[in-house]
Design a protein around this ligand. Structure first.
Ligand code: ADP
Ligand code: MG
Length: 356
């Protein structure tokens, strides 16, 4: 296992990048702890695969260095970096049996056959293919093939890190959940450094200790699920994490008061908006209180989502979502208050401070 240091990494696919927008990865400068479980989360096209391939050595960055435990590996091949990578679609040998596919990475490294056998059996059990061990991979379903691919990534226990690039895309929902729990268990048991790419927040938040949120070629926040929920560093994180996402309201700040339309809210501290051209107040739907006190809202729609209701309302000309318990009464002349300690203020999309 290794600590991974990414030093001022930038990447452009074209030969002569001229401006920021020519870079698929802008500036990535961070250290990932040995034995950490990280999820790389972001929408399609934000640079997740690019970053993962740079870590594994499939891709050489245009600028910057990668270090494993302080050793510069920027110019080393994937093999020399001693990394296992699982891709979105199966990479297996069709003519080999399921067993031999799983044994391959071990035999390749001259692991004694008795150890190969015990590891392969363990993995077969984990991916639920014990009964298929002797079958050739050719006739298997896409789902089964992907499980073999995943198993091949997990079979060695001497790797520096295991990288997963949306590995469960073709797996059915129930099995997805089972495999994700297994990965988490393996992580706890062996302490592999794991990097798991996904565009699905549930997947990221359940798998990782630290979630790395990417947006337009940049890491906008690295944090625990709770940090991403309570203190989104960037409005994109507020919007992307949570369902519904954070409410963002155009605001004006004067001292410790913030004005949205005709309403004024007092903050616990003075936010430093500097010379920002766009100031926004962020409040999660879970922290908007609905009742007879506070600022007036017009309710547009109420959606029942099981144990909770999502109330869609208009507040000072803006859409606002409010999450309330299933049994709560919705007053005719509804009013709202924002939980003061849960307010986040943003200047040009970056978080500057809060009410608490
Ligand atoms: P993600 O995995 O988050 O969906 P990618 O890392 O695949 O994103 O892509 C990031 C950006 O780089 C996208 O704009 C994509 O079109 C571009 N890109 C990815 N691979 C290549 C490539 N081989 N050649 C040129 N552009 C690429
Ligand atoms: Mg990708």
């Amino acid at each position: 296992m290794a600590k991974i240091s990414l030093e001022h990494i930038r990447h452009a696919y074209g030969p002569t990048p001229k401006s920021e927008k020519d870079y698929a990865l802008k500036e990535v400068h961070h250290e990932w702890n040995d034995g950490g479980a990280y999820a790389l989360l972001g929408p399609s096209g934000c640079g997740k695969t690019t970053l993962l391939n740079i870590i594994s050595g499939l891709l050489r960055p245009s600028e910057g260095r990668i270090l494993f435990d302080g050793l510069d590996v920027t110019n080393l091949s994937t093999q020399r970096r001693n990394i296992a990578q699982v891709f979105q679609f199966p990479v297996i040998y069709d003519t080999m049996t399921v067993y031999d596919n799983l044994a391959f990475p071990l035999r390749n490294r001259h692991v004694p056959e008795a150890e190969v056998d015990s590891r392969v059996r363990e993995i077969l059990e984990m991916i639920d293919l014990t009964g298929w061990a002797k079958r050739t991979a050719r006739g298997l379903t896409a789902d089964q093939k992907q499980k073999i691919s995943l198993g091949r990534g997990l079979v060695r226990n001497d790797v520096n890190a295991i990288l997963f690039d949306e590995p469960l895309t073709v797996i059915d929902p129930h099995m997805k959940w089972v495999l994700r729990s297994q990965l988490k268990r393996l992580h706890k048991q062996f302490g592999f450094t794991m990097v798991y790419v996904t565009h699905d927040q549930t997947e990221a938040l359940t798998f990782a200790d630290k979630v790395v949120v990417m947006y337009e070629g940049e890491i906008v926040q690295i944090g625990t699920p709770v940090e991403l929920f309570e203190r989104p560093s960037h409005t994109f994180v507020g919007y992307f994490i949570g369902s519904p996402g954070m409410n963002l309201l155009p605001a004006k700040v004067a001292g410790n008061t913030v004005t949205v339309g005709d309403q004024t809210i007092t903050l616990a501290a003075v936010p430093n908006v500097g010379a920002a051209s766009k100031v926004e107040l962020g409040i999660r739907p879970e922290f908007v209180r609905l009742g007879r006190e506070g600022m007036p809202v017009n309710i547009v729609k109420v959606e029942d989502i099981g144990r909770q209701k999502i109330v869609r309302a208009r507040f000072e000309g803006h859409s606002v979502a409010i999450v309330v318990p299933e049994d709560s009464e919705i007053p005719a002349e509804a009013r709202v208050t924002f939980e003061p300690t849960k307010i986040n203020m943003y200047a040009d999309s970056w978080r500057i401070g809060t009410g608490g």
